[in-house]
Design a binder for this molecule. Structure first.
Ligand code: SAH
Length: 215
């Protein structure tokens, strides 16, 4: 980054993009004030790392806008120690934010290079609470299930049934559902007493969820 101090840029991001738009979860605000987002974007884009925008990360994929990361993290209603499954590691930023909130994060990515970059970055940062795997995340991670929370950071045509199966009692699943790169709604599924309840939240636009239970 030019001569910009990343810590100051982060605090400004939290104030101007998150708090001002109604993000109130202290765990989310605190984690996003600490996680070095500039390390998750390509070097040429570092000066824009704390701007109010999504950014390309290669392979046709993107790191989400900070506000969307915060909003999804807040909708997850996580508590310290929660076991979270993330589908779509991408840059690894969302996983690092959840780890910063005290969660144990299993994060799945289908693109080999993105998976490998994230593995190196998590190691470099000493993030021991994040477990990255390369595979089709629409099938979940049966060997580590059930999960308290599941977050899908790519948009699919429907809620993948294996993910609902792998959600624990009292669990929350969050996923953008709708068209390809357009007109999606964030859907939140809660599992209570063995039944599932579905809520439609904000309109969003995410890259495609590609796989057996995706596009
Ligand atoms: N959470 C990421 C942003 C993800 S972009 C971040 O913080 O940077 C969406 C990612 O989902 C892309 O990297 C894409 O390759 C991945 N993806 C799409 N379909 C997938 C699938 N079925 N399983 C695992 N990853 C998938």
């Amino acid at each position: 980054m030019r001569s910009v101090d990343p810590k100051r840029s982060r605090l400004r991001m939290v104030r101007e993009q998150l708090e001002s738009r109604g993000i109130t979860d202290a765990g989310v605000l605190d984690a996003m004030a600490r996680v070095p987002r500039h390390l998750f974007v390509q070097e040429a884009l570092r000066a824009q790392a704390y701007e109010d925008t999504s950014l390309p990360i290669g392979y046709g994929q993107t790191i989400s806008q900070p506000y969307i990361v915060a909003l999804m993290s807040q909708y997850l209603e996580v508590q310290k120690g929660a076991r979270v499954l993330e589908i779509g590691t991408g840059s690894g930023y969302q996983a690092a934010v959840l780890a910063g909130m005290g969660c144990t994060v299993f994060t799945l990515e289908r693109v080999r290079e993105l998976h490998q970059n994230a593995v190196h970055l998590f190691r470099h940062m000493g993030l021991s609470g994040v477990h990255p795997e390369r595979r089709d995340g629409t099938l979940g991670m049966p060997e580590a299930a059930p999960f308290d929370r599941i977050i899908v950071t790519a948009g699919g045509p429907e809620v993948p049934s294996p993910l609902v199966d792998q959600l624990d009692e009292g669990g929350i699943l969050l996923i953008p559902v709708g068209g390809k790169r357009r007109a999606q709604r964030l859907v939140r599924v809660r599992k209570e007493n063995g039944r599932t309840f579905r809520e439609e939240l904000d309109s969003v636009v995410f890259v495609d969820l590609v796989g057996s239970h995706g596009w």
